[in-house]
Design a protein around this ligand. Sequence first.
Ligand code: HEC
Ligand code: HEC
Ligand code: HEC
Ligand code: HEC
Length: 122
Amino acid sequence: MRYRTLLIGSAVLAVTAAAVLLYWRDRLVLARPLLTINFDHHDHGAVKCATCHHNFFDKTGRDSCYFCHKIRPELARTIERDFHTFCRDCHTKMRDAGFKSGPVRRCAQCHGEALWTAGLPP
Ligand code: HEC
Ligand code: HEC
Ligand code: HEC
Ligand code: HEC
């Protein structure tokens, strides 16, 4: 009987701890500042505007990608993953096909010096 109580007790504790951790992680992810990005349209002249500016289709025009993705919490939660996939996947495909491409791994090639001030790896 006591064993069972202990078991239920630890299960409740584990779930609570996980919920608290997720909550804090979410808060930190939403609060962290945008990092600077080295992006030059001249490097991307061969790509159609709408391939990247998907908002040409939803009629919101040419507003800043990062800003829009940062002020909406549902987008900000996945901004890191979404943009890394978006930028790197194309670079990886181009590289593997033997063409010139942009950065695929090194943080500073896309984020520049800001990484050091943000305490992230170069
Ligand atoms: C490879 C992806 C890509 C392509 C192709 C591309 N853009 Fe962009 N564009 C971006 C990114 C990334 C930004 C940076 C957005 C930011 O600063 O938030 C940007 C920013 C802009 C901005 C400034 C928006 C703002 O308010 O800060 C304009 C205007 C723009 N692009 C127009 C165009 C046009 C017109 C074309 C086609 C000739 C084009 N872009 C092609 C990715 C692309
Ligand atoms: C006005 C707001 C707004 C702007 C500006 C905007 N986006 Fe988005 N973006 C969204 C929304 C909303 C979604 C989710 C749409 C969906 O799930 O169908 C999205 C989805 C995406 C996704 C797909 C994420 C996934 O689910 O895999 C990528 C990548 C992306 N945007 C990149 C960009 C880039 C690059 C730019 C600028 C060139 C840009 N966005 C500009 C609002 C915006
Ligand atoms: C649809 C394909 C595509 C997408 C999406 C794309 N790129 Fe690129 N990018 C390229 C290609 C191709 C080049 C190489 C152009 C060249 O050197 O002629 C390049 C070059 C670059 C370079 C220059 C590298 C150098 O050595 O000078 C940077 C930086 C870069 N991309 C950043 C980005 C970022 C940041 C994003 C996402 C916001 C992005 N790219 C999205 C195709 C893409
Ligand atoms: C191909 C370009 C590219 C590379 C390489 C890259 N990033 Fe990013 N990263 C981006 C873009 C674009 C964004 C979304 C715009 C922004 O946050 O300024 C982003 C967003 C992020 C964010 C989220 C910032 C926020 O606003 O919440 C973090 C954290 C991050 N990157 C860390 C890294 C680290 C660490 C590395 C190396 C392991 C790395 N990035 C490599 C392009 C890149």
